[in-house]
Design a binder for this molecule. Sequence first.
Ligand SMILES: Nc1nc2c(ncn2[C@@H]2O[C@H](COP(=O)(O)OP(=O)(O)O)[C@@H](O)[C@H]2O)c(=O)[nH]1
Ligand SMILES: [Mg+2]
Length: 218
Amino acid sequence: MAEPLVIRRLDFLGGLATPGGWRPPLSLPEVAFAGRSNVGKSSLLNRLMRRKSFARVSNTPGRTREINFFQVNDQFILADLPGYGYARVSKSQRETWRPLIEGYLRETPTLAGVVQLLDVRHDPTADDRRMLEFLGELGVPTIVVTTKIDKLKPREVDARVAAICAMLGLDVEQVVPFSAETGAGRDDLAEALEQVIAAPDWRAGEGAVAEGDVEAAP
Ligand SMILES: Nc1nc2c(ncn2[C@@H]2O[C@H](COP(=O)(O)OP(=O)(O)O)[C@@H](O)[C@H]2O)c(=O)[nH]1
Ligand SMILES: [Mg+2]
């Protein structure tokens, strides 16, 4: 079978630093990647894209607090969200991600889906839960990825994924176990991404009235 999501072209478009600030024009469907700092997001993106450019661009000082946009294959836009929950910054600094990320997610009409990363070894943090709750309320299609599975034995991975699902009320089928180290899960994630990008607009139902629902005027 052909490899899903072969990366032929990758363009860095720029970064969104403050809520309502500059962002690339709304054109292609967007998929955002979220997770706490150190969860393995840069490593996952490098593995997914088979490129080193994410680590280089998104980890440049000053860019780590921004939402960095990449255009992939002239097919979709990837939004790399700032990692949250970093312990070594002040509480006020820590809280700046929330309006930036939540504003972006709420106000991007072309948002097709979100990939939420969780470290397979750890229970979800309060920030993780809040993020997932926000995504659930928004109703955006969400792919949950558990990272760093190479750090556990295969049997332990299944048990940890089941435990995380139980804690969050997720279905095991919604979760993609992943390792940037071995590449496990790369193609599963790529396939899930392609589905989310191709799916009809999840916001279309909002306020729309199907013809059959309209009652004849008396
Ligand atoms: N063993 C292992 N280590 C990983 C994996 N993904 C990331 N790491 C390590 O975890 C640390 C944080 O990774 P990074 O991708 O920079 O996380 P980010 O802060 O979410 O972008 C680094 O030391 C990585 O080498 C993985 O799949 N397996
Ligand atoms: Mg990173």
